[in-house]
Design a protein around this ligand. Sequence first.
Ligand SMILES: Cc1cc2nc3c(=O)[nH]c(=O)nc-3n(C[C@H](O)[C@H](O)[C@H](O)COP(=O)(O)O)c2cc1C
Length: 255
Amino acid sequence: MDSSITRRTFLQLAGISTVGVATGLAGCSQSRNTEAASSSSESSSPGSSSTDAAATDTAATDSTATTDTTATDSAASTSQTEAGKGNSLVLVFSRADENYVVGTVEVGNTMVLAQMIAEKTGADLFEIERVTAYPTGYDDCCDEALEEQRASARPELKTMPDITGYDTVYFGFPCWWGDLPMPVYTAIEALDWNGKTISPFNTHEGSGESGMFSTLASKCAGATVTDGLTMTGGTAQNNRSEAESEVDSWLASLQ
Ligand SMILES: Cc1cc2nc3c(=O)[nH]c(=O)nc-3n(C[C@H](O)[C@H](O)[C@H](O)COP(=O)(O)O)c2cc1C
């Protein structure tokens, strides 16, 4: 394991520029994939498509990784009441609490988009949640997420989503260390994607979609993956009119 790949590295890289972040984070992912059993087959290619400004906050202090957390559930709701009732589902992993750029939030950045998409399409919404919530502190969460990624962990979920009966799955997630968060892998590897259309969306702070959309295409056998929507978390959280406009354009492009 390359001990130089740390949260501090992530933050220092993030202070350089959007391109610097994308390149640096992709580098993190590539290094990680060569030192541990790879958790995704195509997730290491840099894929920044962001035109938003990169975060510039580089203040970082080391902290000890922890698996003990007192985090409470996110304020976002899970409203998949009856699988198969509608024909589309918004499936999302998102984390509230303290985060990069946006500070402490009650609804995670990707969840903001997920709720917009569900409202606009009439889709059901299901939140992928790890049994043990991630730490509420950003630094601790980064450390724990990196540990999980290096271990190619497949953390247990509170409830496995049920995608039977849905034709279309709008699938949202943040970029974590240049890759999908590990609970997303837990879900995608357990589900039967045959015949589904996946429309992916993600938030990030400089890495863009970072190859995650093609990772979905390769891991979700039998599914068709459409063009995705990529947005910075800061835009989703703090510029709702811009976020809504981008969501509208994307949904229109899928028709
Ligand atoms: C554990 C962790 C790792 C992250 N890694 C990256 C990264 O590699 N590249 C990036 O651009 N942003 C990274 N971020 C920032 C998130 O992608 C961004 O804040 C996103 O909008 C969070 O979405 P959420 O609020 O839905 O969880 C990371 C954030 C966390 C908490």
